[in-house]
Write a protein that binds this ligand. Structure first.
Ligand SMILES: [Fe+2]
Ligand SMILES: [Fe+2]
Length: 275
């Protein structure tokens, strides 16, 4: 089973990248399932029903989130109505929604998705290591292939989660920093790992926001109003190849596509169709 995992979709540029790039990316990599972190999909902060439905329509099977999940108040109601939208499972039990989901592919094959959040430089949550291990054990009764979104700031905490779950899940992929890391690999126990998948959004920015306001904030220490950026949109993702008999990974590959790369791939697909 091949799983495409798309890094934090940021604002309209991110949603446009998914709409334009996802079909051709999924076709080229023969993706069976698509997971995307959507915590920044609505204007860079949170998720709405409208943006969520538009992303699902593009071919996303499961949407994960993180600390920005409640930035839009309507997400509190939307998450209850949309089981394909996850929030970190180690949030308070009072939070609506769920942190785990078993999706069914068109042919009925199951894939489990877990969403957890780290605790270092992040809002307080329960122990993600205990939560992820317990949830992985529960999901394993329903499905062989399990993918974990470890939404966290600190590289050490994410790497620790990779080792914690090595041999127990198909993949542990990091999100949240919006910077793709070059450490994608399959760990010795058979779990695909990357510290951060990156951001699907505007890269001439400061992790998605217009540079001037964020820079002013750092330089002057004064508050400033941040606006989502738009320049240099790039689709960042990983493709995981998982063995459905063992539930472990064979390979993980990083994706970093500009709009030009997407256009070129679309032309290739069109050319192939013409023959
Ligand atoms: Fe994010
Ligand atoms: Fe985040």
């Amino acid at each position: 089973m091949r799983i495409l995992f798309i890094g934090d979709v940021f604002g309209r540029p991110g949603r446009d990248l998914v709409r334009l790039g996802l079909p051709v990316l999924a076709a080229r990599h023969e993706a069976d399932a698509v997971v995307a972190n959507v915590e920044n999909a609505a204007s860079g902060a949170g998720i709405t029903r409208e943006t969520g439905e538009a992303l699902l329509k593009c071919g996303i099977d499961v949407m994960t989130t993180g600390n920005h999940v409640w930035d839009r108040r309507e997400a509190l109601a939307y998450i209850g109505a949309e089981p394909r939208l996850l929030r970190p499972l180690n949030m308070s039990s009072a939070a609506p929604g769920r942190g785990a989901y078993v999706a069914r592919l068109a042919d009925g094959r199951p894939i489990g998705v877990l969403n957890v959040m780290g605790r270092v430089f992040m809002p307080p949550v329960d122990n993600p290591f205990d939560a992820a291990a317990a949830a992985a054990d529960r999901l394993a009764r329903e499905c062989r292939v399990i993918v974990v979104d470890m939404h966290a700031e600190a590289t050490a905490e994410k790497i620790a989660m990779g080792w914690h779950l090595d041999g127990r899940v198909a993949a542990v992929v990091g999100t949240h920093t919006h910077v793709q890391t070059a450490d994608a690999r399959v760990l010795p126990g058979g779990t695909a790992y990357v510290t951060d998948v990156g951001m699907t959004g505007p890269h001439d920015s400061i992790i998605g926001m217009e540079r001037a306001e964020v820079l002013a904030r750092f330089v002057t220490g004064l508050p400033s109003r941040m606006e989502p950026a738009s320049a240099n949109p790039r689709l960042q993702a990983v493709v995981i190849d998982a063995d459905e008999r063992t539930g472990l990974a064979r390979a993980i590959e990083r994706i970093d596509w500009s709009l030009d790369d997407i256009s070129a791939a679309r032309r290739t697909v069109d050319d192939e169709r013409a023959f």
